[in-house]
Design a protein around this ligand. Structure first.
Ligand code: CDM
Ligand code: ATP
Length: 288
């Protein structure tokens, strides 16, 4: 069906610090987002009438909550665009895994339709629209590996070393809202300067393992035994950490071979991917 197809890449949070809370209840974060070369594939077919439709449902995602449709409708209304689109998502990024799948699908929809509908909106305008779709969406529109603050919408590009990530996703979906609402969550981690992270990373391993932590990890591991089990397994093998609000856990390696050898040792039945780091969103050149 497709006029245009593109990747909606997954992300990792290399560390995730919760430093406070806004008056509206949203949490203030400091995090480094790493783009991966693996993700969903989106297909778009522009329509001459204003209909926005999905060709096939993503399993477990209702029409009303589908972030690709919400992104397209938000953009159409903002720009007063008379055109429509049919969208098909080939889903690879597991749901509720902390890999930003829905957010990335939404951002790629904004970037692709800005070009396909010939709207010429600026990146800053798209980022403003993005935050209304979810806290992780502005990062994917920004399109570079980034240090993020605020609720994730204040972004600063960072150069990260190239590397390979083994991402293990237990068979549970973690609800981000539930974890942010947990009373025992640490919400007062000391504010860092990005220079601290960059200095720690210089000359050290990819993924800057060791720098900072994921403040949601202990809460998620207590609630979801499957996540605790994956973190435990890695203890004797390689430094590993949860991404976002989980459930995925990742470890960083210098070569694909190293990642493959650890993957080969995983217990039978565990779902895993090996992904390389990506410097920028593949749609950036197309969308601007
Ligand atoms: C955990 C992260 O993935 C880290 O990158 C993000 O902070 C979550 O981003 P997201 O999935 O795009 O989250 P959203 O869909 O915007 O928010 C889901 C819910 O999580 C809570 N939420 C989210 C982001 C944030 N900074 N503080 C929050 O308290 C809010 O209750 C919100 O209603
Ligand atoms: N295209 C989509 N792909 C995945 N989830 C979607 C999509 N559209 C809407 N959603 C909804 O968003 C919810 C969160 O999905 P997602 O996979 O992005 O979570 P996540 O990886 O934990 O995200 P994050 O890292 O941003 O917290 C899903 O449970 C689903 O209801």
């Amino acid at each position: 069906m497709s006029d245009f197809s593109c990747l909606a890449p997954a992300k990792l949070n290399l560390f995730l610090h919760i430093t406070g809370r806004r008056a509206d209840g949203y949490h203030l974060l400091q995090t480094v987002f790493q783009l991966l070369d693996y993700g969903d594939t989106l297909h778009f077919k522009v329509r001459a009438d204003p209909t926005i439709a999905r060709v096939a449902a993503v399993s477990g995602v209702s029409e009303a909550s589908d972030l690709t449709l919400r992104a397209a409708r938000t953009l159409q209304a903002y720009a007063g665009c008379p055109l429509g689109v049919e969208i098909k998502v080939e889903k690879r990024i597991p749901l509720g895994a902390g890999l930003g799948g829905g957010s990335s699908d939404a951002a790629s929809t904004l970037l692709a339709l800005n070009r396909l509908w010939e709207l010429n909106l600026s990146r800053a305008q798209l980022q403003d629209l993005a935050v209304s779709l979810g806290a992780d969406v502005p990062f994917f529109v920004f399109g570079y590996n980034a240090f993020a603050q605020g609720i994730g919408e204040q972004l600063q590009a960072v150069e990260l070393p190239l590397g390979y990530f083994l991402v293990v996703t237990p068979a549970v979906q973690v609800a981000t809202t539930e974890i942010f609402a947990t009373r025992e969550l640490t919400r007062d981690t000391k504010i860092i300067k990005i220079a601290d992270f960059l200095a720690a990373q210089r000359g050290s391993a990819v993924g800057a393992d060791g720098f900072g932590r994921n403040d949601m990890q202990s809460v998620v591991a207590r609630k979801y035994a499957e996540v605790a089990q994956v973190l435990d397994w890695f203890k004797a093998i390689a430094p590993a950490r949860m991404t976002g609000s989980g459930a995925s856990v990742f470890a960083a390696f210098h070569s694909r071979e190293e990642a493959l050898s650890v993957q080969a040792a995983l217990p039978d039945g565990w779902h895993s991917e090996i992904a390389a780091s990506l410097e920028s969103h593949p749609l950036l050149a197309f969308a601007s």
